[in-house]
Write a protein that binds this ligand. Structure first.
Ligand code: C6P
Length: 414
């Protein structure tokens, strides 16, 4: 893992790349260019090593055993909670709940908070930029509780229409759920303003931070969000784990999401009393190995510095935008003024799947399709886009390869 003696220079991309074994391979006869970071980022060697260390050195169930391995595993697992608390500046470790990732975090809130506190006719506000994970759980609870979904409109540039948002707010507004940054367009949303306006009405706000975790500074106390969700696998960590942050006073009054071991204090056939936070929401044996390794991923980000990462990625995004706009057949989708490093585009006359496949043949990994944001694609009257998403280990030379590949594909297909 990185430590004070192995500080990575924020701009030393070649040094950073050495930490990622997967990047050093050929795909379809070419050096891999990995531009699918919004789907999942690659993992540094010490994150992978942390998994092996646990399984080879101290695999044991946590919070239950008194033997040495169990104590080691529990300590490592809880160390991730402390790191997560510091990573997002939560007020207490009790506000950090481990989940499978953003999808489960949102389902937990929709199911627990939504079922307990929504009444018929109450209103939930989402935005037109949301991932299906931040739509479907709310549709499910809204159908059950006869609540109403309202949608913040999206401008042609891919920004949220804040006046439109203000018009949606009423005394019946109870929950607002929006993303910090859009996975399809890259738009960074004005979450602080959205939260302030919601709080004036006493509504709670959930922020889907899937696309912010590795890219934007997150301070949940400054932001004053009520819930914040992160996925480890988009932050250089393993799949299958993530965080739900919730304000303690809210989590305390929410009913458990799942029942089982760990989330209880005492069980009789007549009555069960629930455990304290955060364990009330962590039923069963958790994903111990991946949670432990997630700490190393957060340490990696912290050590590089979010500001340094953001600056590098912004530089890549600017360069890629300038270069791609030189190709007349290319049309960008999403031109917000504030963006994370996501470049979504379409090429006139060529299907996005074909472009994705032909880029793959050149060793370049991009994502194509609706990116789990079908309502957003409908907003633009399109089926999908090609999406290149950049990370701290990407380079301008790789962007040149993307542009050259696109140029050749366009010439070949026309
Ligand atoms: N977006 C993408 O390629 P999970 O799968 O639970 O880790 O995250 C779901 C999710 C929720 N919100 C946003 C904004 C997201 O981007 C994602 C995951 C990936 O864009 C996979 S569809």
């Amino acid at each position: 893992m990185p430590n004070s003696t192995s500080i990575l220079s924020p701009i030393d991309v070649e040094r950073i790349r050495k930490e990622f074994p997967i990047l050093h391979q050929q795909v379809n006869g070419r050096d891999l260019v990995y531009f699918d970071n919004a789907a999942t980022s690659q993992k540094p060697a010490y994150v992978i090593q942390a998994l092996t260390d646990y399984y080879q050195g101290y695999n044991a169930n946590i919070h239950r055993g008194i033997h040495t391995l169990a104590e080691r595993a529990t300590k490592a697992y809880e160390a991730t909670r402390l790191t997560a608390q510091q990573f997002i500046n939560a007020a207490s470790e009790q506000e950090i709940i481990f989940t499978r990732g953003v999808t489960e975090s949102i389902n937990l809130v929709a199911s627990s908070y939504g079922r307990a506190f929504l009444r018929e006719g109450d209103e939930i506000i989402l935005s037109g930029l949301e991932h299906h994970s931040n739509i479907v759980p709310w549709q499910m609870v809204a159908a059950e509780k006869k609540a109403i979904l309202k949608i913040i409109p999206v401008t042609d540039e891919g920004e949220l229409d804040l006046d439109g948002y203000k018009k949606l707010l009423t005394s019946k507004t109870k929950i607002i759920a929006v993303n910090h940054a859009s996975n399809s367009l890259g738009t960074i949303n004005p979450v602080k303003e959205i939260i302030q306006l919601a709080h004036q009405l006493g509504a709670v706000v959930l922020i889907d931070g899937a696309q912010a975790g590795a890219h934007l500074p997150i301070d949940v106390q400054k932001m004053d969000c009520d819930f914040y969700c992160l996925s480890s696998h988009k932050m250089y960590g393993p799949t299958g784990t993530g965080i739900l942050y919730g304000k303690k006073e809210l989590l305390e009054k929410m009913p458990p999401y799942q029942g089982g071991g760990e989330m209880i204090k005492e069980v009789t056939f007549e009555k069960t009393t629930y455990n304290d936070l955060p364990y009330k929401f962590e039923a069963g044996t958790p994903n111990i190995a991946d949670v432990i390794a997630f700490k190393f991923a957060m340490d990696f980000i912290t050590e590089l510095g979010k500001e340094n990462i953001a600056a590098h990625e912004h530089d890549l995004l600017l360069y890629a935008t300038q270069q791609i706009l030189k190709l007349p057949a290319v049309k960008l989708v999403g031109t917000a003024t504030q963006k994370v490093s996501v470049l979504s585009f379409r090429v006139e006359g060529i299907h996005h799947f074909d472009i994705g496949q032909m880029l793959d043949a050149r060793g370049i990994a991009v994502r194509t399709g609706h990116h789990c944001t079908q309502p957003l694609m409908d907003r633009y009257g399109i089926e999908g886009t090609v999406r290149a998403s950049f990370s701290v280990y990407n380079t301008k030379a790789e962007i040149d390869q993307l542009i050259e590949g696109l140029e050749r594909i366009i010439n070949f297909m026309k």
